[in-house]
Design a protein around this ligand. Structure first.
Ligand SMILES: Cc1ncc(COP(=O)(O)O)c(C=O)c1O
Length: 465
């Protein structure tokens, strides 16, 4: 690509992830906002470095409570995105009280001092993760936790190569973007990235690149899963020295892994001496209706990465968890983060897990998520612009198409539906240009879910050609 083409690509709206903050619909939407909110958005745009799917922002919030957001003019949205941090709902009173108490008791622990609450959190996490994962390291964000996992894999195996999925996201750092496969984080002048980061297509059957004809009527998920698992095995064998396969066990788009897929990959990793790293930053702690997405498939990784909701939607904390025989980094500093054992973020995480358990939130996601998937299937019966619906627990997607035959993503329709839903009080995100991606808080009730799906269906009704 010559430099002029590259400039055009960088400055034209990119919808590979979500709606563009440069589109005409965004300008129209901004004009519908109340004056105080408009002013907040404009001050934000003046102060912050502009970037895709961030500033300039689509709105401003003054209040976040439970599943609700409220802007500066009193407009309210049910938040079906929440960056997947709001599992327990925004501003849970018990969490706020626990954080306040912790700040009063012990506000910080400088490096090389340990504290009880950090140890208690590590013990708690070891108690809920699958299998024999029992050594923990905390970071402030998910991208750093992913990179910590990559460093552990390098040191443990003496290898540096990785294998991951195209279109995946593992964070915005250079290492995380290198194993990620999403164009927005890799393209153009961002590189060069890490070397040795091989990629394969993911297990998404709906738009698979293998020419396997999949539809709701003739599902071919397992066939696609077999092809991708074979490709992974083949690549591991050909390379011969891959340190780790890193993936989200349930892609957050969402794409669900075909039955038996992860067992095959686990086996291929064992054969090739590669580690298996599961990134459960968005899916962990109950989002899919099990405590971890990999629990559905009964496959235990060598390293598990969690984050986002771990801080209860108030504080940033993530964790890398591995088997004790991967505790081999004693001579290195692999995750030397200032807030590694911050007692306040650790208290937030410990209390969040306790709330998830006490309030039965994983079960709620499983039950209401199942109901929602049935309703989404009914919607698909009524609307030909819905090409596919997918979901597990509260990780759900409605894939809009120009026609069911070609499966061409209906990016324009998705954007129109998105803004109509915002106007009617529902916020979510669009993934990969055309997937209405719904990540409700785990406290969302069935009637709230019904209200949200009614809003989406009404928007599809009006906006469909
Ligand atoms: C699968 C996955 N991995 C990693 C990350 C990065 O986490 P953070 O934004 O906390 O760095 C994200 C964030 O969206 C994610 O969805």
């Amino acid at each position: 690509m010559n430099p002029i083409d590259l400039e055009t690509q960088i400055h034209s709206p990119n919808v590979s992830e979500g709606e563009s903050n440069l589109s005409q619909r965004r300008s129209r939407w901004n004009s519908l906002l109340g004056s105080k909110t408009q002013e907040a958005v404009s001050r934000d745009a003046n102060s912050f470095i502009h970037q895709s799917v961030s500033s300039p922002c689509m709105s401003a919030i003054k209040k976040a409570e439970g599943i609700w957001l409220e802007d500066y003019d009193g407009r309210r949205y049910m938040d079906f995105h929440g960056n997947n941090v709001h599992h327990i709902g925004y501003g849970h009173p018990e969490l706020k009280a626990a954080i306040t108490q912790q700040m009063n008791e012990l506000p910080f622990a400088p490096r090389r001092f340990c504290c009880d609450v950090a140890t208690e959190l590590a013990e708690k996490i070891v108690g809920i993760v699958p299998g024999n994962l029992n050594k923990v390291l905390f970071t402030t964000g998910g991208s750093d936790a992913v990179e910590t996992a990559l460093k552990i894999a390098r040191i443990a195996t003496g290898r540096f190569k990785t294998l991951s999925f195209w279109d995946s996201f593992h964070g915005a750092g250079f290492g995380a973007s290198s194993v990620g496969g999403e164009q927005l984080f890799r393209m153009g002048r961002i590189g060069p990235l890490l070397t040795g980061t091989e990629h394969v297509p993911s297990f998404d059957a709906y738009r698979n690149p293998f020419g396997i004809d999949h539809s709701r009527e003739t599902p071919r998920d397992e066939e696609v899963g077999d092809v991708v698992a074979n490709l992974i095995r083949f690549t591991l064998q050909k390379e011969g020295d891959v340190a780790a396969v890193i993936a989200e066990p349930n892609r957050a788009v969402p794409y669900l892994p075909p039955k038996g897929f992860w067992k095959q990959v686990r086996h291929a990793c064992n054969e090739a001496g590669a580690l298996l790293i599961f990134d459960e930053i968005p899916t962990g702690l109950g989002k899919t209706g099990q405590m971890f997405a990999c629990d559905h498939d009964d496959v235990v990784p060598d390293i598990l990465v969690i984050g986002k909701a771990l801080g209860g939607g108030i504080l940033p904390i993530a964790a890398t968890v591995c088997r004790s025989n991967l505790d081999v980094c004693g001579d290195y500093a692999v995750g030397h983060y200032t807030h590694e054992k911050n007692p306040v973020t650790c208290r937030a995480a410990l209390t969040t897990i306790e709330i998830i358990e006490k309030e039965g939130l994983v079960e709620n996601a499983a039950i209401v998520g199942k109901w929602a998937l049935e309703r989404m299937n009914d919607m698909m019966d009524r609307h030909t612009s819905i090409g596919d619906v997918r979901g597990r627990g509260f990780l759900m997607g409605i894939d809009l198409v120009q026609d069911r035959e070609s499966k061409e993503p209906a990016t324009d329709l998705a954007e129109e539906v998105f803004y109509r839903c915002l106007e009617n009080g529902l916020s979510f995100k669009i993934s990969m240009g055309s997937v209405l991606t719904l990540y409700p808080s785990l406290v969302t009730s069935q009637s709230q879910m019904e209200q949200a799906l009614d809003t989406i269906e009404a928007a599809i009704d009006v906006a469909s050609p």
